[in-house]
Write a protein that binds this ligand. Structure first.
Ligand SMILES: Cc1ncc(COP(=O)(O)O)c(C=O)c1O
Length: 383
């Protein structure tokens, strides 16, 4: 393919290191606190296709929205929120961002990668019980380190408002003194009223993809609540034609309704609706706790990969799809119809943390030595 100079210049204008003026979709223009700028980070629109997940009731038509494909290292749902958060940071003249999450946080990795793309420094407060010397770099943490993120270990159960936010503020003050530039704080998961626009905008993309004509129910995994807030508010603002569900991988329904209700308040919608009316939070699938998975879960992820080529991670999407399969079998009446769209929110690097490293040795090793195959008398090589 041949490109003219003009064409190359035009292409570089939509390069991944600039921010652009943003005009929200017409149906959410009236909301309070609409962002004015956006960075181009996500590779969108992400595709929708049929997903033949084993174990579903026969009449169920399941499709998947591939938000695991918003990028490569910069992949998953967080990218959409970061388009607005990092644009806001740049608009405010910040030279760095400070965010927080689990040691293997997808959000923190995505922040580090996106910040590198946009020329910002990253500071991460990561929850861990381990000493600095015991930390092994793997999965998301490895990628964050590759992007030169500064990592500060904080207690595993540190709460955002009372323990992490004050640390963010102290760090921001120190950074301002040292560099002369403010640092931009991002809450856990980027799930605030700025990040919310990532999934309001994704809803607009879904409208273009005819979600209202082709589906009855939309399902997403929820961790900090920003993704489901955007999808459920988007559905509400455009006529509420679908039923929206979120499988919780931590906390509980009361927590997520509280979060969505505070979003509704911030953007000026709390007098017309409430979270309880616009989203069904599915509890019962966080297992022994956030981030904890079982050998049976790992076997499910393998089966899904082997049968469909789609990877689910042990912290988010794996629990989300497990919840959906199970509810479709045991609690079908909570859904509206038989056409389902699962929004795959990514998380592939969670499969590269250490928990499944010995999985194939123990269970399903299919690595053979060619010499043994040649020698084997079972006719494997004979046609
Ligand atoms: C892969 C993945 N899926 C789902 C979620 C949940 O999204 P949210 O935090 O917006 O609820 C997260 C992050 O928390 C995630 O990293």
């Amino acid at each position: 393919m041949k490109f003219s100079f003009k064409c190359l210049v035009a292409m570089s204008r939509v390069s991944y290191n600039e921010i652009y003026k943003y005009s929200p979709p017409s149906w959410c223009k009236h909301l309070e606190k609409c962002p004015t700028h956006r960075a181009a980070l996500a590779l969108t629109p992400t595709p929708i296709h049929a997903w033949k997940v084993p174990g579903l009731p026969e009449d169920v038509k399941l499709f998947v929205k591939r938000d695991d494909m918003t990028g490569a290292a910069l992949s998953g749902n967080k990218v959409r929120k970061l388009e607005f958060l990092l644009a806001d940071a740049i608009q405010k003249g910040c030279g760095s961002v400070i965010t927080c999450g689990a040691l293997q946080s997808n959000h923190c990795r995505a922040t580090a990668v996106a910040a590198s793309q946009l020329g910002l420094e990253t500071h991460l407060l990561l929850r861990s019980e381990e000493d600095v010397d015991a930390i092994k770099s793997s999965g998301n943490l490895f990628l964050s380190q590759m992007c030169n993120a500064n990592v500060y270990l904080v207690p595993k159960r540190a709460k955002y408002e009372t323990e992490l936010k004050p640390r963010q503020e102290a760090l921001a003050e120190a950074i301002l003194k040292k560099t002369g530039k403010p640092a931009y704080p991002i809450c856990v998961g980027g799930s605030d009223s700025v990040g919310l626009h990532g999934y309001l905008n994704a809803w607009n993309e879904l409208l273009d993809q005819k979600v209202q004509d082709n589906f009855d129910d939309v399902i997403v995994t929820c961790g900090s609540g920003g993704t489901i807030a955007g999808i459920s508010i988007g559905n509400y603002l455009t006529g509420g034609k679908l039923k929206i569900h979120a499988v919780a991988v931590c906390d509980d329904a009361a927590y997520f309704h509280g979060h969505i209700n505070s979003m509704l308040e911030e953007i000026g919608l709390s007098s017309e609706t409430c979270s309880e009316d616009i989203v069904d939070i599915i509890e019962g699938y966080k297992g022994a706790g956030y981030g904890i998975s079982t050998p049976e879960d790992h076997e499910l992820y393998r089966k899904l990969a082997a049968a469909t080529g789609i990877f689910c991670d042990p912290v988010y999407s794996g629990k989300g799809i497990k919840g959906l399969i199970s509810e479709l079998n045991i609690n079908r009446k909570r859904f509206k119809g038989d056409r389902f769209l699962f929004v795959h929110t990514g998380g592939i690097f969670g499969l590269y943390d250490e928990r499944m490293f010995d999985f194939f040795e123990k269970d399903v090793n299919r690595i053979y030595d060619w010499k043994d195959i040649e020698k084997s008398a079972n006719g494997f090589l004979e046609s």
